[in-house]
Ligand binder design. Structure first.
Ligand SMILES: Cc1ncc(COP(=O)(O)O)c(C=O)c1O
Length: 357
């Protein structure tokens, strides 16, 4: 029966237009153990199945598409895309730029691993590590990216993922949100995920709220070191960052333009400790065979919490943003876990997965 269903799914998939055509339409995975335990449907969007390996492929495509539509980039004439990013957006952009024939220039803090720099170079990007200085310093990597794009003049764009809500957030209003609605046949009660730029959370929340007439609840999830939990819990006061987190790509010190239009749609905020994130990361590997990054494990902890708050019978959706492949030298290293004080947070029977020294 299962083989038949798999076969019919495969045969119905039509050819798509290369890398760009393969972005989106990711499966929505039912997490069986957590669903059984909470008596809810806990569903996770498998964004690691995007062709560049993360949810950021969607935003990368949309920021380039918007630059083409507004005339900043001229398709087919070898323009330049510039972004400040140390992570998945750079990877997504590097792929999209190759697929569309643009140059890709990535500014990043010089504290990033050689692996990340090498990967972007392998994807054809011009990588420019610059001194790691705070955002209010004009030499911060984001400002340098903006200045460089401006210096190129015509046929160049700084894609500005943090505040380019008309493209980044829009990608999720037009694709991720509708996919979730259709995959659940409109039977969704809650959505939760953490934010980096805020594009995913804001876009999906906006779409689901509008489609359901406000019925779908939206909880923002936040790691240590981010201000959003306290912002929403204190009714809009931005407080200092407290501590730091092992998660990458999420956590925010301000309300980005992506998030601004949807701040009033946030029903509640969840603070997720690294201890809970790492335990979930190992659990999902053991129980579901899912090999996912820490921001995704945090999202699943948040979905589980949301299920407990809403009670049995509800359907909760979250995002698996990327796989563990980009982080495995840390997440599965005993030494690294010890340095973060996280070994004891992982249940004893799952220590067999800590395979690196
Ligand atoms: C691994 C990972 N998870 C989550 C996010 C957050 O997504 P968004 O920028 O849409 O808020 C990012 C963003 O770069 C990411 O790289």
């Amino acid at each position: 029966m299962l083989a038949k269903r798999l076969y019919s799914t495969i045969t119905s998939a039509k050819p798509v237009d290369g890398f760009i055509g393969a972005i989106g339409n990711t499966p929505l995975l039912r997490l069986k153990t957590l669903s059984q335990q909470t008596q809810c449907e806990i569903l996770a969007k498998a964004e690691f199945m995007n062709p560049g390996g993360s949810v950021k492929d969607r935003a990368a495509y949309y920021v380039v598409k918007k630059a083409e539509e507004s005339g900043q980039l001229k398709p087919g004439s070898g323009g330049t895309v510039v972004e400040g990013t140390a992570g998945n957006t750079g990877i997504g952009l590097a792929h999209v730029c190759r697929a569309k024939g643009y140059k890709c220039v990535i500014y990043m803090p010089n504290t990033q691993s050689q692996e990340k720099i090498d990967l972007l170079k392998m994807l054809g990007a011009d990588v420019r590590p610059v001194p790691a200085v705070p955002y209010d310093n004009p030499d911060n990597y984001n400002h340098q990216a903006k200045r460089y794009a401006e210096s190129l003049g015509e046929n160049a764009v700084w894609t500005d993922q943090f505040d380019n809500w008309k493209a980044n957030r829009q990608a999720h209003i037009e694709t991720t949100g509708p996919e979730i609605w259709s995959q659940t046949e409109g039977k969704v009660d809650g959505f939760t995920c953490a934010t980096g730029t805020g594009g995913t959370f804001a876009g999906v929340t906006r779409y689901l709220k509008e489609k359901s007439g406000g019925k779908v609840k939206a909880f923002i999830a936040d790691p240590p070191g981010s201000v959003l939990y306290s912002y929403f819990k204190s009714g809009g006061k931005l407080t200092e960052r407290q501590g730091s987190s092992i998660t990458e790509g999420i956590g925010q010190g301000r309300i980005t333009e992506n998030l601004k239009p949807d701040v009033d749609l946030v029903d509640d905020a969840l603070f997720i400790k690294d201890e809970d994130t790492i335990a979930m990361l190992y659990r999902l590997l053991d129980e579901e065979g899912l090999y996912i990054g820490a921001s995704s494990a945090l999202n699943v902890v948040a979905a589980n919490e949301m299920a407990k708050i809403l009670g049995p019978g509800h359907t909760i959706v979250t995002i698996i943003s990327d796989g563990a492949y980009r982080y495995q030298s840390r997440l599965f290293s005993r030494k690294w876990l010890e340095s973060k004080g996280l070994v004891d947070a992982i249940p004893k029977h799952l220590h067999k997965y800590i395979v690196l020294p």
